[in-house]
Design a protein around this ligand. Structure first.
Ligand SMILES: C[S@@+](CC[C@H](N)C(=O)[O-])C[C@H]1O[C@@H](n2cnc3c(N)ncnc32)[C@H](O)[C@@H]1O
Ligand SMILES: Nc1nc2[nH]cc(C(=O)O)c2c(=O)[nH]1
Ligand code: SF4
Ligand SMILES: [Mg+2]
Length: 193
């Protein structure tokens, strides 16, 4: 759908330069999704893998975020192998609703109520990023934290339109449950892509 070189705004790698590859297509249907224009893959041009690699490596950074849409609707083996061969670090943003494919250096799983994540994908996550839309989401976050591996980092990120209401609850929750951390969509405050 689009590619852009920016700063990773969310989660563990916040603040680091990264080239984003946003793949069109998603059927998860989150009511608050901030890229609904990504859902219909047919509305976006196809780009060949060598062209993606060439664009990604035209910048100083070597971190590539594969996002969407839901990137795991596709077999990401060929794209991630080509990026690795070009010296890139591959990071993924996924809901976990489809089987994991590809070679990954960092896996961020952000599970959704609208289409459940696969247990095997949760187990492989380096980072679990729960979007907090209402106060019942803390219990839901714990249900998913119980399914990740031992070293997985745990993040609570306010849903953007509910940030003002949810941030005080997230702050108190993290103070009481310090294995969780706050994640903000910092790129939206910085006004960058
Ligand atoms: C647009 S999604 C694309 C990747 C994948 N489909 C997923 O949901 O993880 C990228 C990240 O943005 C988060 N996100 C989407 N809409 C959001 C919103 N309104 N507020 C906060 N985070 C949001 C998702 O949970 C996910 O972590
Ligand atoms: N700067 C920036 N950081 C991000 N982290 C995850 C994003 C995404 O939409 O997947 C995103 C995004 O769209 N922009
Ligand atoms: S899974 Fe990701 S891309 Fe799909 S609707 Fe939800 S937030 Fe948007
Ligand atoms: Mg985004």
């Amino acid at each position: 759908m689009e590619q852009f070189y920016t700063i990773q705004g969310e989660g563990y790698n916040t603040g680091r330069a990264a080239y984003f590859v946003r793949l069109g297509g998603c059927d998860v249907g989150c009511v608050w999704c901030d890229v609904k224009e990504s859902w219909d893959a047919d509305k976006h041009p196809r780009v060949a893998i060598p062209d993606i690699v060439a664009s990604a490596t035209a910048h100083a950074g070597r971190n590539v975020v594969i996002t969407g849409g839901e990137p795991l609707m596709y077999n990401l083996g060929p794209l991630t192998q080509a990026l690795h061969a070009a010296g890139c670090q591959n990071w993924i943003e996924t809901s976990g609703a489809y089987p994991l494919s590809g070679e990954w250096d960092w896996i961020c799983v952000s599970p959704k109520k609208f289409k459940a994540p696969l247990p095997e994908t949760l187990r492989q996550a380096h980072e679990l990023k729960i979007i907090v839309f209402n106060k019942s989401d803390f219990a839901w976050a714990e249900e998913h934290a119980a399914q990740v591996g031992p070293g997985c980092r745990l993040y609570l990120q306010p849903e953007w339109s509910k940030s003002l209401q949810m941030m005080p609850l997230i702050v108190e929750y993290v103070k009481d449950n310090p294995r969780w951390q706050v994640s903000l969509q910092t790129h939206k405050y910085l006004d960058i892509p």
